[in-house]
Design a binder for this molecule. Structure first.
Ligand SMILES: *[C@@H]1O[C@H](CO)[C@@H](O)[C@H](O)[C@H]1NC(C)=O
Ligand SMILES: *[C@@H]1O[C@H](CO)[C@@H](O)[C@H](O)[C@H]1NC(C)=O
Ligand SMILES: *[C@@H]1O[C@H](CO)[C@@H](O)[C@H](O)[C@H]1NC(C)=O
Ligand SMILES: *[C@@H]1O[C@H](CO)[C@@H](O)[C@H](O)[C@H]1NC(C)=O
Ligand SMILES: *[C@@H]1O[C@H](CO)[C@@H](O)[C@H](O)[C@H]1NC(C)=O
Length: 292
């Protein structure tokens, strides 16, 4: 068992080296490890700059580079499986520092010229983050998320289309309940609502199921996967102009309110700048303390 694990890690490192050797549009930070096998790319998300797998600029930069590789028509990858290398979190949450004033001026990146653009280069009406997530839905590959661990909410609105995708999955009533109250949900309940496709008792069952699913999808020709995704996207994804209006509202109005700024600042303090600890691990249960 251990030997097998060691083997996989070594291969992943090699793949990481191969990816970073090719010219990347954005700086690379080593937060994603990839390994390809028979048309399937396994991506392990492991943000070495954060104890909670924070969705920060490092991770966004690496994801944007990965997406660019996958958009190229010469790849034979047909399925992309995202899993986490962090035992507690799939992806913690968006870096709350990015909604605070001063973020733009901060020396978050050592080389300032490598900072991510706020708006997308391809469509300046979308934020970089929204374009990144939209581009994942547009990929010519099927994408699967292996979620083991927490995904915490923030008490801000679930932006970049989050609330819209969730309404489509769980329906209007449950979306109001979970989005407005920012409630935790366990895997079995999430499965019964259609929020996730399937819940498993053990990590082994989950991995085996996804391995078989990915291998089966990868049997099919690229054009079939692309066409099927287009059809499903056409009726189940928020339209781009709705996302654009949402971006303007979030960036232009919500993030700038004194309440949002105060809450974000309190959150950074209470989580010791988003480090693993009581609040990040039990956010759903403990969030009331932030609002008192
Ligand atoms: C995995 O596939 C991607 C996309 O085609 C490619 O850029 C990358 O070099 C491949 N990695 C390895 C290790 O073959
Ligand atoms: C890949 O092919 C599609 C369809 O022909 C085209 O729209 C797209 O621009 C191509 N992507 C790249 C990166 O060349
Ligand atoms: C999204 O994809 C488009 C090309 O379709 C590209 O111009 C843009 O830079 C990409 N944005 C991100 C954030 O990946
Ligand atoms: C961005 O929005 C402006 C104003 O609404 C519009 O004129 C422009 O065509 C949009 N650009 C893109 C690339 O969608
Ligand atoms: C939190 O961490 C970020 C990234 O390292 C840093 O830019 C920021 O100044 C830190 N904030 C506080 C309050 O320590």
């Amino acid at each position: 068992m251990l030997r097998q694990l060691h083997c996989v890690t070594t291969l992943a490192l090699l793949a990481l080296l191969a990816l970073s050797a090719s010219a990347a549009r954005y700086s690379t930070y080593g937060t994603l490890q990839t390994i390809n096998s028979s048309g399937v790319m396994n991506v392990v998300i492991n943000n070495i700059h954060s104890s909670i797998n924070l969705f920060d600029d490092h991770m966004q930069s690496d994801l944007a580079n990965l997406i660019e590789t996958l958009q190229a028509n010469d790849t034979d990858i047909r399925v992309v499986v995202f899993s986490s290398g962090n035992p507690e979190f799939f992806i913690g949450h968006l870096d709350v520092n990015s909604v605070l004033p001063g973020y733009l001026e901060s020396s978050y990146f050592i080389e300032t010229e490598s900072a991510l653009p706020i708006f997308d280069l391809g469509n300046p009406n979308l934020t970089f983050l929204e374009a990144l997530l939209w581009n994942i839905t547009e990929l010519p590959q099927a994408t699967i998320a292996v979620v083991e661990g927490l995904e915490t909410s923030l008490g801000l609105n679930p932006g970049a289309g989050g609330a819209m995708y969730v309404s489509q999955l769980i329906g209007r009533g449950c979306a109001f309940e979970y989005m407005l109250a920012s409630k935790d949900i366990d895997a079995a309940t999430a499965e019964s609502y259609g929020w996730i496709n399937r819940a498993f008792q053990t990590s082994e069952e989950l991995k085996e199921y996804v391995r078989e699913l990915a291998a089966r999808i990868a049997l099919f020709p690229r054009a079939g996967i692309v066409g099927t995704k287009q059809g499903i996207n056409a009726v189940s994804r928020p339209p781009l102009d709705v996302l654009i209006r949402d971006a303007q509202n979030v960036i232009g109005v919500l993030e700038r309110t004194p309440e949002a700024q105060a809450l974000a600042t309190r959150f950074i303090t209470a989580t010791n700048n988003q480090s693993i600890g009581e609040l990040e691990l039990n956010y759903g249960a403990d969030l009331e303390s932030l609002f008192k």
